[in-house]
Design a protein around this ligand. Sequence first.
Ligand code: 5AD
Length: 352
Amino acid sequence: MLSRATINHWLCEHDPRRLEELWAEADRTRSAWVGDAVHLRGLIEVSNHCVRACHYCGIRAENAGVTRYRLTHEQVMTAARAALAFGCGTVVLQAGEDRGLSAGAVAAMIRGIKALGDIAVTLSLGERSDVEFAQWRAAGADRYLLRIETSNETLYRAVHPPRGRQPSERKAMLARLRALGYAIGSGVLVGLPGQTWSDLADDIVFLEERALDMIGVGPFIAHPATPLGAQPAEAGGTEQVPADELTTCKVMALARLACPWANIPSTTALSALDPERGRESGLKRGANVVMPNFTPLPYRAFYEIYPGKAACGDEPDRVAERLKDRITRLGRPIAAGRGDAVRPVESAPVCA
Ligand code: 5AD
């Protein structure tokens, strides 16, 4: 159990030498609980249509500058086969909240991918109905990712407007997803304008209380075509959390200590901040997963939730191949198999 004092201590620590202790503890914990091998999750960005107006996100509905696309069933299957051939034990289907992506179409993708072999399917499709969640689970989906973005309810409501009269209750939704039998993942943005250190400490407490199976943490990267893109980063005053690599790594390392069994990716946003070292920093400070992108090349640039995300105008295979080299150079093997999180029975999550 991580005490709030420990969390605060590390969040406030800036001395690189003393921080080595946190990195080492996160790395030891990672190695002891989930091993040294790095799991590959093949990401397929199925659609960038979105009905939401999140103030941080580049594919928000109001951004008329985005070329919208939705992959066909066959395009998704081709990408999934490529991910499997590459060695991914999991395929992640991600999309904006796209009402044009019907529950039946997603269920057919899930069934198609599951028929390819012993492969896990993770969904990251935003806030959908319980009926749809149940239908996808019945079709074979294994895991669901739904970041709460920030545990500060006021800040969350300010940057994540609800749709119509329906409140956005992601915490309760995560509990329902778990009850349906999904392994659940969540996470937060680091350095959202208005996010304070005390909010960030609360975020880590949230991750621990929910005993999550997966935790995704990335820095906020301002997108010029969003309301937060124009806002100075100091919006939160002296207590404002910076959206930098160091703070993101602290949160990842603390997330590892909070949920030692969890699968934690070294996120693309972290490597967008620092293309040279970002991915490696994450893997050395608690992460055990990377998510190579298998979205067909012509569409990649359109899934620009933040700038610089699709900067690699390279063949998907070449990018992914280089990623493998970088992992191997760290002395970490590439994992085989699905890489399901094994949560100890005594980790009793707090329900919504
Ligand atoms: N910077 C960094 N991450 C972002 N996301 C959305 N917009 C941004 C941004 N501007 C993250 C959110 C979302 C995930 C899919 O991408 O946390 O849950």
